[in-house]
Design a protein around this ligand. Structure first.
Ligand code: ATP
Ligand code: MG
Length: 428
């Protein structure tokens, strides 16, 4: 009996040709924007010591409690597939003493993240993030710059149905007073909280604000707003953020209920939400984490960053702009081995000049090859068989206007290069 086919892991997915064109376009748009604003690419490993995430993301978070892919390697070291990028970037920043000359650094990175969540539309166990971070800037300009970049990127991708939600989470000076007020409320609402939140409510009451269980959401409706508890410094930081966003014409909502699923955030927290994706409304999230570098053993360097959900963004972009696949510029229909060898040489030479020449490597009939050329959408077809080799002339057919011209075999590559460069010019 034959074995069943092996399927991919639940919550993981393939991104296939037809989709990857769109992913590349999004990636190119993001990279161009980041580079224009002085961000440099950093590539970090996909695995780290578990401790890095446990310490930075926080022991009471959903990610660390339930979602991480953690395992012992063959020597018994505890390792984790990264659930997000910020912790690793901080680790790298500290490890390479990137603060030594100038603590101000701007990074971006793009890659897969892993969280063992319940798979559904817009929620996968391997998903991708586009991430940007600014280190070494305490001033609110950094916060505004990142939200402005998100806005600009979405605009360039024609994603307009988005809203920036912003809030402040305060700092170690003002947050304790807020936590106390929140704890008082939670003590009263204990009977409607989920079991996770019952456990978290005293240790880490902010986590309850981020819980998605309906009972906890309901209980949070009467919750105090952190914004009412901010110290003077946090308060003026937040007003500069909102003032500058207004000045730059970035639409936003102040969202008093917004917290983030990771413990390290301080002051500005933000999320970009969209109506286009149903339940999975957050397409990007981020915030300031002024204490994180210090708490991981580095110097006290303030920092802020965001992560875009690449899969969700691609799903939205695909709604307005289905991906286009690049058809070959030319199809070489060759009959017989000598003609095939020649055609193969030509297509290699043309490929080096950026002209995509497709051909068929088997022994298909002319009719079958013409069918293939049509299906692939090739703009031109070159036909070469025994009689063409004898006469020394090959026919180049323009599939759009059905015209045909004969080209001497000896100058075929040069003539095609010329033909296609003229075509480019007339398009450009
Ligand atoms: P959510 O509230 O949707 O669970 P989150 O707060 O856990 O999001 P972050 O940790 O802030 O998400 O990650 C930033 C972005 O990454 C999210 O806004 C989302 O677009 C995307 N993202 C997070 N988890 C997943 C996932 N499991 N599958 C696909 N995208 C995800
Ligand atoms: Mg989540």
């Amino acid at each position: 009996m034959s074995q069943p086919n092996i399927q991919l892991i639940r919550g993981f997915k393939d991104i296939l040709p037809g989709e990857t064109e769109l992913w590349q376009q999004i990636e190119r748009t993001a990279i161009a924007l980041f580079e224009d604003f002085g961000y440099r690419e950093i590539r970090i490993p996909i695995m780290e010591k578990t401790e890095l995430f446990a310490r930075s993301i926080g022991e009471d978070t959903d990610i660390v409690e339930k979602e991480m892919y953690t395992f012992a390697d063959r020597k018994g070291d505890q390792l984790t597939l990264r659930p997000e990028a910020t912790a690793s970037i901080c680790r790298s920043y500290i490890q390479h003493k990137m603060y030594a000359q100038d603590p101000v650094r701007k990074f971006y990175t793009i890659g897969p993240m892993f969280r063992r969540e319940r798979p559904q539309k817009g929620r996968y166990r391997q998903f991708y993030q586009i991430d940007a971070e600014i280190f070494g800037v305490a001033a609110p300009y950094a916060d505004v710059e990142l939200i402005f970049l998100l806005r600009t990127l979405f605009e360039r991708l024609n994603v307009t149905d988005t809203t920036a939600h912003v809030n402040s989470l305060g700092c170690p000076v003002c947050r304790p007073r807020f936590k106390e007020a929140l704890s008082t409320l939670l003590a009263k609402a204990a009977s409607s909280l989920c079991s996770d939140c019952l456990r978290r409510k005293d240790r880490n009451p902010l986590r309850v604000m981020d819980c998605k269980v309906p009972g906890c959401r309901e209980a949070m409706k009467g919750a105090p707003a952190i914004l009412d508890y901010l110290c003077d410094d946090c308060s003026s930081h937040f007003s500069t953020v909102t003032d500058m966003l207004t000045q730059l014409g970035v639409p936003f909502n102040v969202d008093k209920q917004l917290v983030r699923g990771l413990d390290y955030y301080t002051r500005t927290a933000f999320e970009i939400q969209t109506g286009a994706l149903g339940a999975q409304s957050a397409v990007a999230g981020g915030g300031r984490y002024d204490g994180l570098v210090g708490s991981l053993g580095g110097p006290e360097v303030p920092a802020i960053g965001f992560a875009i959900g690449f899969d969700r963004l691609a799903e939205i972009v695909a709604l307005n702009a289905p991906a286009t696949i690049r058809p070959p510029d030319l199809y070489i229909a060759a009959l017989g081995e000598p003609a095939k060898k020649l055609a193969f040489e030509w297509s290699a030479a043309l490929g080096l000049k950026g002209i995509g020449a497709a051909m068929e490597y088997g022994g298909k009939s002319l009719k079958a090859q013409m069918k293939q050329a049509n299906r692939a959408g090739a703009g031109r077809v070159l036909i070469v068989g025994e009689s063409e080799l004898e006469s020394g002339m090959v026919a180049l057919r323009n599939m759009a206007d059905k015209t045909q011209k004969d080209i001497p075999v000896g100058v075929i590559v040069d003539t095609l290069i010329e033909t296609f460069s003229k075509k480019e010019q007339s398009i450009g």
